[in-house]
Design a protein around this ligand. Structure first.
Ligand code: ASP
Length: 329
């Protein structure tokens, strides 16, 4: 064989470096991992990402990095925002968001093997899976960071980060706010995660749901232990005039064993323009989306309707998180 001309001059290739920011290499499994310092750090980075996107659209901060997106449950916003985040930072993705049959990986062993395969190609893995604890299990096996994009009715930490960021950016503060969570508080993972994150702040919480969809006792006990002013009600009328934030959620049809029960509660709430006439002038309506009838389209033109701005914040937050866990922020 003739002598090969080297493809690379390794002396001239920049070495791969990582910063130590307290988040480098971290799995993102639960909001319990985020204290106010980490939140402030991620929010500051997300603001930088927002500014960068507005000015130039993208950068090469994560050039050479690959993210595997492994979704065993449907997703529109979470999957596409992770993809957009990675691409705006110059990285690439392995999208496994379609055609995955979770029945074939419902045993931990198989999920572990899938993740251990993907980490051979990728620097981090985003995982959505129908079982509580799946992200933790995957992280136990993977040596690259695993980011929980929803583990069944368990947690959705990156959604909670973007929700809290939205509250902060829209209303200028978190302390002192009156926040009402409405809808399926039992099965909504975004509700569990956001509620826990809010316990770091001096807020009052109102939980509005039909009886069978009340906030789980475990989360409620955490609220009580944190000394938060909290009350439960069935009626939006009890909270509408006072709330700074209405956090509306859909009834999670896929979590019901008995669909007749779902039918009974699916149309329990609808936020309409008439109802919004009773709300404060400075307040916001949020929704993790998709909505399936909980917010009437006649609310969309109201400047207080923040749900699509909330969607965009998801990309900035995920850009900040990816840069941080990959040691580039
Ligand atoms: N998109 C959110 C989630 O994945 C909210 C929802 O599906 O209702 O949890």
């Amino acid at each position: 064989m003739t002598e090969l001309k080297p493809l690379f001059n390794f002396d001239q290739l920049p070495a791969k470096t990582t910063n130590s920011n307290g988040l480098t290499g971290m799995d993102v499994i639960s909001v319990d991992q985020f204290d106010p310092d980490k939140l402030a750090y991620i929010f500051a980075r997300a603001r930088e990402m927002r500014e960068m996107v507005r000015r130039v659209g993208g950068t090469d901060l994560l050039k050479g990095y690959v993210l595997a997106c492994l979704f065993y449950e449907p997703s529109t916003r979470t999957s596409s925002s992770f993809i957009a985040a990675m691409e705006r930072l110059g990285g690439s993705i392995i999208p496994i968001t379609q055609g995955v049959k979770f029945s074939s990986v419902s045993k931990g062993e198989t999920l572990a093997d899938t993740v251990r395969t993907l980490e051979q190609y990728a620097d981090a893995v985003v995982l959505r899976h129908p079982e509580i604890g799946s992200a933790k299990l995957a992280a136990d096996y993977a040596s690259v960071p695993v980011l929980n994009a929803g583990d069944g009715p368990g947690e959705h930490p990156t959604q909670a980060l973007l929700d809290l960021f939205t509250i902060r950016e829209e209303l200028g503060q978190i302390e002192g706010l009156k926040i009402a969570m409405i809808g399926d508080l039992k099965n909504g993972r975004t509700v569990q995660s956001l509620t826990k994150l809010l316990l770091h702040f001096d807020v009052s919480l109102r939980f509005v749901s039909p009886e069978i969809l009340r906030l789980p006792l475990k989360t409620m006990n955490q609220v009580i232990d944190a000394g938060i002013d909290a009350r439960e009600t069935h009626d939006v009328a009890d909270v509408i005039d006072n709330a700074d934030v209405l956090y509306v959620t859909r009834v999670q049809k896929e979590r019901f064993a008995d669909l007749a029960q779902y039918e009974q509660v699916k149309d329990y709430y609808e936020i309409t323009a008439d109802l919004m006439a009773k709300a404060k002038e400075k307040m916001i309506v949020m929704h993790p989306l998709p909505r399936v009838g909980e917010i009437h389209y006649n609310v969309d033109a109201d400047p207080r309707a923040a749900y699509f701005r909330q969607v965009q914040n998801g990309m900035f937050i995920r850009m900040a998180l990816l840069a941080a866990v990959l040691g580039q922020a």
